[in-house]
Design a protein around this ligand. Sequence first.
Ligand code: BG6
Length: 491
Amino acid sequence: MKKFPDNFLWGGATSSSQIEGACYEGGRGITIQDVVTAGTNHQPRYFTYIDKDGNPGKYPQFGGVLPEGAKYAVLEGEYYPNHKAIDFYHHYKEDIKLLAEMGFKMFRMSVCWSRIYPKGIEDEPNKEGLDFYRNIFLELRKYNIEPLVTIWHGENPIYLENEIGGWNNREMIAHFDKYAKTILTEYKGLVTYWLTFNELNNTIMFLDLMDPELAQKEAQSTYQQIHHKFIASAHTVKMAHEVNPDYQVGCMIAYAVNYPRTCAPQDIIAAVEKDHRISTYCGDVQVRGYYPGYAKKIWENAHITLDITEQDLIDLKEGIVDFYSFSYYSSACVSAGKAAEPVKGNFTLGEKNPYLTYSEWGWAMDPDGLYYALHQIYDRYQIPVIVVENGLGAVDEVEEDGSIHDTYRIEYLRSHMEAMGKAIETGIDLFGYTTWGCIDEISASTGEMKKRYGYIYVDCDNEGNGTLTRMKKDSFYWYKKVIETNGQDTL
Ligand code: BG6
């Protein structure tokens, strides 16, 4: 049966800080991602800094804040996996060739803000940075691969973090606007699809990962930062359409599926409220152009008051997105009481679902959750939808002959493709699928290399050792066949 439309955009996804490396090359400035150490599933990653008295310090990625007067800094003796990553910077031609061999129709990547404006405040962009991305887009076009460009995937120039306080400061919007306008203009004719902010809602999820007292303190700045990003995103959409009416700009949400743990009405309500808080809050604003009614209740419960101007409300209305994009990895249960058995997900915390199995990193594997999410999203917004992240992070073994038998990954992806096919059959306008980490890259949550998602294996370990040789996994050949047959042959 024909499920996927003829022009369905099969592909894969990455982010600049997780693949590029070369963090001191090409005139690039340091970003906030460059001051995060390596961790594991049980050991947090840390942000490093120099405190106001000149002493080095660090705080956990999901459980601390920069002390008063401290500045983020790269410290001697610490290992920062993103500095080298998989060195896509020097391997992009080879890597794109491999993606083309699989038949990719779309490649999702992000532009690193500090390659274009190293500090974020310069009047003129950095030519070397502009050329780097231009060359990538040209290379992709050579193989008829459509770039899907995330304008912001967490890469704030460190200068803006240290000198103006990052997204806490409204001034950040103007710096971002300048950066976005530069690339929207520069790459006219090379790019059609853009995403403004990656997983805009994930900092709300981070609050759940913090100690409750700290989370209460951080709520005000978290929601204010998101508001500033909403405005920057809306400006970007408006500018994009002015620069090129053919541009298609989407939001990008980390879609967490929250099932009520039981049919007790209190659990159902707890799930709805959690959906509002973490899954729909951002999409509602970016798709509809105004805050949903329940936002007031969220702010009231968190004891926060946001600085929202009259002009902001106009800007939000004028910058609604053309399509909805999201990441989906797993689902979790929610109940009104204390979590019986807590489980992790992509930056989320929920309750264990006895009907599901879990990955080595403890994330539920739930293809039906993707079918469910697609319905929730499409029923709500009725605009085109694309899944821009999905996949299984797993340890891969290289056999003596160099083969890599990642049947578990094929199984995970196949089941999620089936869920998408079913969703398309029920009328959902799903136009593409870019699986996460099509080539192995640094894990965002743990900083590990061994949490691999790719069809292409990269010889590099958690400490950055390895030849960086690229090798094809079994899933490489499998995905090639999937694309060739437009999803008909997923066996
Ligand atoms: C998403 C991010 O949250 O999930 C990616 O957009 C990230 O940057 C991906 O890598 C998978 O998460 P992880 O922690 O397994 O790398």
